[in-house]
Design a protein around this ligand. Structure first.
Ligand SMILES: [Zn+2]
Length: 189
């Protein structure tokens, strides 16, 4: 099952809450791979492993900077896609709420014409995430400007914008899972 960001939300937790957490985050990936990840976590080395793989943070902390990042990529790869009216970090998009990116077209009547305002919202969670993961969600949301479904064409477009897209998406899910575990841990304390 592909990731569901976007217009349709990033519904990580599509399965019931009784499903083990890792299966909710890594649904659709081979069970052997899930087992490997679970093992690294059990040995306490998963966080370090991710940290080594993605040592770079980023300084995209403002809505203005986020807008610039999105526009730069859009102009480079998706010139013909609709203009972006607004791009911003949203504190209300959280792991618990299952939505980390959102892509909306709000239709308004302006001067007798119907105009669609394109908005991309990215969870503020990504301010502190590795650069590669912010990159991934930006690419994901931009790709939705052209393709709504998470189909083959969609992922081809993501790969066109970011050749490492698939790896980033997987590792980002692992990262999100780790963070969800941490939150659970903290709430039990
Ligand atoms: Zn999506």
């Amino acid at each position: 099952m592909p990731l569901q960001f976007g217009h349709d939300h990033y519904s990580l937790l599509a399965l019931t809450t009784s499903t083990p957490l890792i299966e909710r985050y890594l649904a659709g990936y081979p069970l052997t791979l899930q087992a490997q990840i679970a093992q690294l976590q059990a040995h306490g080395t998963l966080a370090e492993h991710l940290q080594q793989r993605y040592p770079e943070g980023h300084d995209i902390q403002s809505d203005k900077a986020l807008y610039a990042v999105c526009m730069a990529r859009k102009q480079r790869y998706l010139k013909n896609a609709p203009m972006l009216d607004k791009v911003y970090f949203d504190n209300r998009l959280t792991i618990e709420k299952q939505t980390l990116g959102l892509n909306t077209a709000i239709s308004r009547v302006q001067g007798g014409k119907l105009k669609a305002k394109k908005e991309i919202r990215i969870s503020a969670f990504f301010k502190q995430a590795p650069a590669a993961f912010l990159d991934m969600i930006v690419v994901h949301e931009l790709a939705h400007l052209k393709v709504h479904a998470h189909d083959k064409a969609f992922y081809q477009l993501c790969l066109h914008m970011e050749p490492n897209y698939m790896q980033y998406e997987f590792d980002c899910r692992v990262y999100l899972w780790l963070n969800a575990l941490k939150q659970l841990d903290d709430s039990e304390r």
